[in-house]
Design a protein around this ligand. Structure first.
Ligand code: PLP
Length: 388
């Protein structure tokens, strides 16, 4: 079989060896973490160790980490009109989102549709801070949700500046750090985040585990999504996914230790990839190229290319890339992120996302560029298989 090169790390990262080992070990612990006997306490210990590791990765305190079933669930949990701060129980009537949020934030959580308002981004895909200031001036107590890095373009958002604006008005800010965590420095306090979402499978943990973090214990969500046995201090009922959480913790510990080295490894390879990409097709456009981006992400197109056919062409050459967001793969729709950046069809239909990770090699970059050379040459000859 053809050796494959995986360039879809923003959809999901491979499981780290340390996470796999922690998962396997945790499966052997028979107890329920809520039980008081030794078996139960052993399971509880695994969860609390993981809580410490995840907290440390985000610069939070363990008591402010709540495990969920996914980043999606953490977003849904956070986006509620009733987030109490220091005992203030007044509901918030407005949810402000950047126009480039992940679908799990765009869905608006538990806010009514007409209570959700979008704040625009510039042509590089960065939040428009002046527009945010205008929006919070009209809705000073709004809950604002802003991602730290975009999943399609990798563009890093001005979260600390946004948090300053939101707090000055009397609002609250939730930060979806799912794509940024482990790739850039993400310290909750430095960012000024009140709430933060993480997902295990983007940092080398298993799929189906996430976490919601809060700035401090004066923040309280009184209305959980899942009620029952009171697990996760009442915020998320249901017997915990002990193995998944233990593996999340193990992945978080590695991600924290290796973040700087992995980021420079990815950046060097990504720079090589982009230089090669444009040398082969000088007309290639890299979206958000003038903005600060994650070290691992490139979203690009060339005029005339169709994303679905390009993804298939790469796949046949042993190279896994994606057309924009993973959630919309399969049913390819024009990206709301590119539309928000002012990119017009047909260019929006041709965007291909290449995302790297810690185990990407120089040979993978060569495989990508070889496949791209073939595809770009077919495109320049106007071959229907590539241009469709
Ligand atoms: N937020 C962002 C920015 C994402 O990219 C994703 C997943 O792609 C999510 C949230 C959802 O996370 P999960 O897959 O754990 O539900």
């Amino acid at each position: 079989m053809l050796e494959r090169s995986y360039f879809d790390w923003n959809a999901t990262a491979p499981l780290r060896a340390e996470a796999r080992a922690a998962f396997a070990e945790a499966l052997l612990v028979p107890g329920n973490p809520s039980s008081v006997h030794a078996e139960g306490r052993a399971a509880r210990r695994l969860i609390e160790t993981a809580r410490e590791e995840v907290a440390e990765l985000a610069g939070a305190r363990p008591g402010d980490v709540f495990f969920t079933s996914s980043g999606t669930e953490a977003n849904m949990l956070a986006l509620t009109p009733v987030v109490e701060v220091a005992g203030d129980k007044r509901p918030r009537s407005k949810l402000l989102l950047s126009a480039i949020e992940h679908v799990s934030v765009r869905a608006g959580g538990r806010f009514a549709r007409d209570a959700v308002e979008e704040v625009p981004v510039d042509t590089q895909g960065r939040l428009d801070l002046a527009a945010l200031a205008d929006a919070v001036a009209k809705s000073p107590r709004a809950l604002v949700s802003l991602m730290l890095a975009n999943n399609e373009t990798g563009v890093i958002q001005p979260v600390a500046a946004a948090a300053g604006i939101v707090h000055a008005a009397g609002g609250l800010i939730h930060v979806d750090a799912v794509q940024a965590m482990g790739r850039i420095d993400c310290d909750m306090a430095e960012l000024g985040a009140d709430l933060m979402t993480l997902s295990a499978h983007k940092i080398g943990g298993p799929k189906g585990v996430g976490a919601l973090l809060r700035r401090s214990d004066d923040i309280h969500i009184p209305d959980p999504l899942i009620r029952g046995g009171g697990q996760e201090r009442g915020l998320r009922a249901g017997t915990e996914n002990v193995a998944g959480i233990a593996a999340f913790g193990a992945a978080a510990a590695v991600a924290r230790r290796q973040r700087a080295a992995e980021a420079s490894h990815m950046l060097a390879l990504r720079d090589r990839l982009e230089a090669g990409l444009q040398a082969i097709a000088p007309g290639a456009v890299i979206f958000g190229a003038k903005a600060e981006r994650l070290p691992n992400t490139t979203l690009f197109t060339v005029p005339g290319m169709k994303a679905e056919t390009a993804v298939i062409a790469f796949d046949l050459e042993g190279v896994a890339v994606s057309s924009g967001a993973a959630c919309s793969s399969g049913k390819v729709q024009p990206s709301h992120v590119l539309a928000a950046m002012g990119v017009l069809p047909p260019l929006t239909h041709g965007a291909v996302r290449v995302s790297l990770g810690w185990s990407t090699t120089a040979a993978d970059i060569e495989s990508f560029l070889n496949a791209w050379r073939k595809l770009a040459s077919a495109l320049s000859r106007g071959q229907p298989s590539a241009a469709a």
